[in-house]
Design a protein around this ligand. Structure first.
Ligand SMILES: [Zn+2]
Length: 114
């Protein structure tokens, strides 16, 4: 994943810190979840996502379910799909503003905190 994609993604989903009173609370977490899903699908159209090993090696945290796949003895190419996209966290986060999901490092869990 190119570094500028990381910057653009963080800019889209971050809250302005200088004047939070003007931020108006930011976008609903359901919108962020749906946008994230759409962005990842769009990214996948240009090629496979970075593998989980590469993601961890570049210093990013991965979802606990992705961690299970990462440590599984399977080929590297099988570690590139968007696992959070098939997880029930995605479905809940796209439908509910405060979804009952709590596991660490899943982007869909992070959206409800923002
Ligand atoms: Zn996840």
């Amino acid at each position: 994943m190119p570094a500028d994609f990381d910057f653009e993604f963080r800019s889209l989903f971050s809250q302005p810190k200088e004047r939070p009173e003007e931020a108006g609370g930011g976008a609903p977490s359901t919108l962020k979840a749906r946008l994230y899903s759409a962005l990842v699908r769009s990214q996948q159209e240009s090629g496979p996502l970075a593998s989980l090993d590469a993601t961890v090696a570049s210093g990013h945290e991965i979802c606990v379910f992705e961690k299970l796949v990462q440590i599984a003895p399977v080929a590297e190419r099988l570690k590139s799909p968007f696992f959070c996209g098939v997880c029930h966290a995605r479905v809940l986060a796209e439908k509910l503003d405060n979804p009952p999901i709590f596991w660490p490092h899943c982007p869909y869990v992070e959206f409800k905190k923002s």
